[in-house]
Design a protein around this ligand. Structure first.
Ligand code: CLF
Ligand code: SF4
Length: 530
């Protein structure tokens, strides 16, 4: 079973290159219109990226993204995805990948429990779909590269296209073999494709990719990165031309491609990328990757946010990625793969009932509309408060799904992070933590790592919290808030923020900026939650 990696600590000093991102971002020159859903939003409309809604994009695009948990931030609170690990081989080498582990492009480090044949994969998808009616998307994301295993990938997609027509098909790739496979992608109605693009300059690329396998031989160095770059750009342009919604994943590697990702963002937007997902490098030495062994660190939470913020105005950003396993099952941030091992599936009664799935999803839509209405109500209250300011703060939220504050502090394995201002409560990321509650008791040794993970937040919204963590958080300057149990997150966050602003206005408290926070390396595992 996969072991959790230890919590990372923040670097003693913030990396200078990323620290320079903000001014660079402030001068960021907008790319020409053309491509990317952002160009359809119209002036004054909200971003139509992962946080967009039906008013921000054409109806046919909304139809494609509305229940895709990766392409719509709102959907990720309600809908689940699953991956089937049918693609073990890879045609390139990334310095952040060790083949004993999942593909770091789309999966957190950790061995895949079971590699599947296409037939086994289809069986598993039908079993999960019958148990989890809100599972709306099937992705192939490794453990190698989906398009380096075209027969297995497309056999699986073809069977699912026929047998599970309501499930959206999705795949991720490094892009090397993409241009040759675009026809097959379109043929099976795979209308969501992720390409991992970490550079648009081969001089940067050669620091990330030691080799690629190209036309039956191994190519190294600058030449390898150049070929990969050209294939990625060509593949992206071809997908855009065929109407496939394309998301770009980039791994942020401090000192190698941090500021360069702004240029990546600009280039992929020009070529029609729908979303850009900038993810932190995961590089623990025990993963055995080149970066892990050479001490290349990942970014801190604020370094990651600085690069994401610097890309504002370019390709729309996804900020809710969980870097999930190649065999993940469930809502983003939860992992139910252990419930669907091959032997367990054999014993299940699989009933793929389309009507039941639809009926369930209609209920989800009702809940989603209620969440939307609650947010609008809270925003109206914020606007009426009469305190004019441009304050923005981060709040951490304990939730187990449904878009509500409904998790106990001690049961949290990841906090959702919202940036709150008088005009919005915006999901900006998540922070994994080690469970505080172990076997029914609080483990106070875990508290410092939890505090480090949300150290840049002003408050933490929970369903319940004990006296000891409450004191520890308060003395760290993070306000524990348990008065919004069961409320929708945005409504609760805005209500707390309105109170916070009122306290500032009355002189009851003085606002202070917070520091940085650590991104926990490694990931939540089912074992931790048990
Ligand atoms: Fe999977 Fe990727 Fe499709 Fe989503 S994941 S293939 S687009 S269905 Fe999603 Fe997971 Fe992040 Fe990928 S949270 S790692 S972005
Ligand atoms: Fe590993 Fe994925 Fe890179 Fe291939 S593309 S080397 S599987 S991270």
């Amino acid at each position: 079973m996969q072991q959790a990696s230890p919590a990372s600590t923040m670097p003693a000093t913030t990396y200078v290159g990323i620290g320079q991102i903000k001014p660079l971002g402030a001068k960021f020159e907008l790319p020409d219109a053309g491509g990317g859903c952002g160009t359809h939003g119209g002036e004054g409309k909200a971003s139509c990226g992962s946080s967009g809604g039906p008013d921000d994009m054409p109806a046919e695009i909304w139809d494609k993204v509305k229940n895709h948990p990766c392409y719509s931030e709102e959907a990720h609170h309600h809908y689940a995805r699953m991956h089937v690990a049918v693609a073990p081989a890879c045609n390139i080498q990334c310095n952040y990948c060790n083949r004993k582990y999942d593909c770091s492009n789309e999966s957190r480090p950790g061995v895949v429990s079971q590699k599947l044949t296409p037939d086994q994969a289809v069986k598993k998808v039908l079993a999960v779909a019958s148990e989890i009616p809100q599972m709306t998307v099937l992705g192939i994301a490794g453990p190698g590269d989906s398009l380096a295993n075209p027969a297995k990938t497309f056999d699986t997609m073809r069977m699912l296209h026929e047998q599970a027509p309501d499930i959206k098909l999705c795949l991720s790739t490094n892009g090397l073999a993409l241009p040759e496979q675009v026809d097959e992608i379109v043929k099976y109605n795979i209308d969501h494709v992720t390409i991992t693009i970490n550079m648009v300059d081969p001089a940067v690329g050669e620091k990330i990719y030691p080799w690629i396998f190209w036309k039956h031989k191994r190519v190294t160095g600058y030449e390898a990165a150049k070929i990969l770059h050209e294939q990625q750009m060509k593949g992206l342009e071809m997908l855009t031309a065929r109407g496939v919604l394309t998301k770009i994943n980039s791994v942020l590697i401090p000192g190698i491609n941090d500021e360069h990702l702004i240029e990546v963002n600009r280039e992929v937007k020009k070529r029609g990328a729908f979303l850009h997902n900038i993810m932190p490098l995961i590089s623990e030495p025990e993963h055995g990757t080149v970066f892990g062994l050479t001490g290349q660190r990942g970014p801190t939470a604020q370094e990651l946010k600085a690069v994401q913020d610097a890309c504002a105005g370019g390709a729309n950003l996804m900020r809710h990625c969980r870097q999930c396993r190649a065999d993940a099952v469930g809502l983003l941030g939860e992992d139910r793969s252990e419930e669907f091992t091959l032997d367990k599936i054999e014993e299940m009664e699989v009933v793929y009932d389309l009507d039941r799935r639809r009926a369930y999803q209609e209920k989800v839509e009702t809940e989603r509309q209620a969440q939307h209405d609650a947010k609008q109500e809270a925003l109206a209250e914020a606007a009426n408060l009469g305190v004019a300011d441009d304050l923005k703060v981060l709040v951490a939220v304990a939730t187990k799904g449904g878009g509500r504050v409904n998790e106990h502090f001690g049961h949290v394995t990841e906090f959702q992070i919202f940036e709150v201002s008088r005009s919005e409560a915006l999901f900006v990321g998540h922070r994994r933590v080690d469970l505080y509650c172990q076997g029914g008791f609080g483990d106070d040794e875990q508290l410092p790592s939890v505090v480090r993970a949300i150290n840049d937040c002003h408050a933490v919204l929970v369903a319940k919290i004990g006296a000891c963590p409450k004191d520890e958080l308060s003395s760290a300057g993070i306000e524990p808030v348990d008065q919004y149990v069961g409320e929708f997150i945005e409504k609760a966050a805005l209500a707390w923020f309105n109170g916070y602003r009122a306290r500032i206005a009355s002189g009851a408290l003085v606002h202070q900026d917070r520091g940085d926070a650590a991104i926990r390396q490694g990931a939540y595992t089912a074992a931790q939650a048990a």
